[in-house]
Design a binder for this molecule. Sequence first.
Ligand code: ZN
Length: 425
Amino acid sequence: MYQAISKLYPICRSITGNGFRETLKIIQELIPLEIHEVPTGTEVFDWTVPKEWNIKDAYIKNSQGERVVDFQKSNLHVVNYSVPVRKKMPFQELKEHLFTLPDTPEWIPYRTSYYKETWGFCLSHKQFLELKDEEYEVCIDSSLEPGSLTYGEYYIKGESPDEVLISCHACHPSLCDDNLSGIALSAYLAKHLSSISLRYSYRFLFIPGTIGSITWLCLNEAQAQKIKHGLVLTCVGDPGKVTYKRSRQGDAQIDRASLHVLKHSGQEHEIIDFFPYGYDERQYCSPGFNLAVGCFMRSQHGEFPEYHTSADNLDFVQPQYLADSFSKCLSIFHVLEGNGTYLNQNPKCEPRLGKRGLYKGIGGQKEGALNEMAILWVLNLADGNHTLLDIADRSGLAFDEIKRAADALLEHDLLKECLKSAAVS
Ligand code: ZN
């Protein structure tokens, strides 16, 4: 995942354009992504697919002809979606178009202007203070023209048409945690899930933030109804603790599965309630869809100093945190995959477990293979009204132990899966 991030890092991405396409092409080396192009001007609910933005070069030259701000050194130097400009101007006029971060004078900010046609440069405050009051030559060699919005989609077919959605935004330029970590994690989760047999179908979306999810939801309104659980992945490679933001529903199975996995990880984490800001969960959880989509992240967007600056770089994101996010997401999917509702086939008093070898030390059960308390909890709560996740939460035991107990009881015909299990979703 870290290697993929390193490869994607230099590309100047935006919500449309060749940087986005180049990014998807690199992801295609990992998974067979389907690439969609939606033409400029397409009406998507209350929005319109914007003109396509591309950029070749940009700079500010001083009176000596030296590039004092150079897009070739960092793509963050240009306000994303800047209209083309090529002119000479005094410092006083140029100043109106410059953005810096005085509190962190070494860092370049990341700024965008998607829906207002303007131009600007971002630079470190240190660089800004070195600019003399003289005439500058300003060039932004960009284009903003009719084209299309690009997104990537990968569908893995499971036993059921019910879907798990994994969505990440891929529209930020050289920013590692916010954007690239989510892209890399999604791609490697997809690669892994495509190699195992699955109960649910999985849909992966690599989209530009906001306009991408609005576009997908508008073009796939019927398909969206199949999404039973989902995660937006973002900021998953930094050293911060894992943060899970609940879906708008608040207590959906994805929320409970995520809470369960984080609680049993034994590691510090934070659970936050849904609020209508952040990433694409805003669209998936809009009232007309109200999908059970939560957001899995480590440090929360906007709340760490490196956010939307040049300090969100290849040092900020580290392989061990990506690996930890990968394993936690997989554990969440494992709970979704294994959850179900069962009926005890011997509900009048406890069945004799010893004669079935389900009590270690009595039968021939392998030492430590089964947790007896888990067996007793499953037998007691398998009344058709509790899912395995309910039983795990009520017993305080890990889902895996409950699942193993249920599998053993099923094998001994002490349990039957309820057809009602469909109602779990
Ligand atoms: Zn962002």
